[in-house]
Design a protein around this ligand. Structure first.
Ligand code: ADP
Length: 222
């Protein structure tokens, strides 16, 4: 049983791309709190209305709200054997909540820290595009679509995320450094299993291969 693989790293470190690749390799769902929130924003429901302004400003949405979304998602049958988590936990409070949740479900936790240089991230994020229909991610520099700005899978016109503007990116980094980075120390001191990976080099598939090897290694040592 895989358990919960937590992809941890700054905005733009490639968590979403890697989470999709790894979830497919391991046959478990990819759970992204950013994607779950964006679905609510698109639906215009109560959760979406609460989250939208905060997300557009690059700030975190309240712990209690994302914790509820994750709890609901983990309780579905397809998450029984494990998940790849992307963008959660992001605060100390969320980390505690996740541990409790996983204990209740008898799932182990493995944190993968994706380390990338900040300058690289800014150029990555401003070139990032996504298909509004199927969610496929592209990068105009490193992973462009076959024909200009159009999704390879379904032909939709690609869009940039509303929070991928430079001033919002800066705010997302501030939130990351103030609220999320301290989690690494907590992970280390509380004895959680933590692996570091250099996510600034190699292509997405090559990086996914390295992460998958780390995960298998960690499983074998369990
Ligand atoms: P990135 O990691 O590139 O910032 P995400 O899609 O993970 O992108 O998150 C986008 C936004 O969604 C965040 O800036 C934040 O406003 C909100 N968000 C996502 N996950 C969480 C979380 N676990 N806690 C609080 N806010 C979150």
């Amino acid at each position: 049983m895989l358990g919960a693989v937590v992809l941890f790293g700054p905005p733009g470190s490639g968590k979403g791309t890697q989470a999709k690749l790894l979830a497919a390799r391991f046959g478990v769902p990819h759970v992204s709190t950013g994607d779950l929130l964006r679905e609510h924003v698109a639906a215009g429901d109560e959760i979406g209305r609460e989250a939208q302004a905060l997300m557009q400003a690059g700030r975190l949405v309240p712990d209690e709200l994302v914790e509820r979304l994750v709890e609901e998602r983990l309780s579905r049958p397809d998450a029984r054997n494990g998940v790849v988590l992307d963008g959660f936990p992001r605060t100390l409070e969320q980390a505690e909540s996740l541990s409790k949740l996983l204990k209740k479900r008898n799932l182990d936790e493995l944190v993968i820290h994706l380390k990338v240089d900040y300058n690289k991230i800014i150029s990555r994020l401003t070139a990032r595009r996504q298909c509004p229909k199927c969610g496929t991610l592209y990068n105009l520099l490193s992973n462009p679509p076959k024909s200009d700005q159009v999704c390879d899978r379904d032909g939709s016109v690609l869009i940039a995320r509303a929070d991928d503007r430079e001033e919002v990116i800066r705010e997302r980094f501030r939130a990351y450094e103030a609220l999320t980075l301290p989690l690494l120390e907590r992970f280390r001191s509380s004895g959680r299993r933590l692996c570091e990976v250099d996510a600034g080099c190699g292509g997405p598939e090559e990086l996914a291969g390295r992460i998958a090897a780390l995960v298998r290694n960690a499983e074998a040592r369990r």
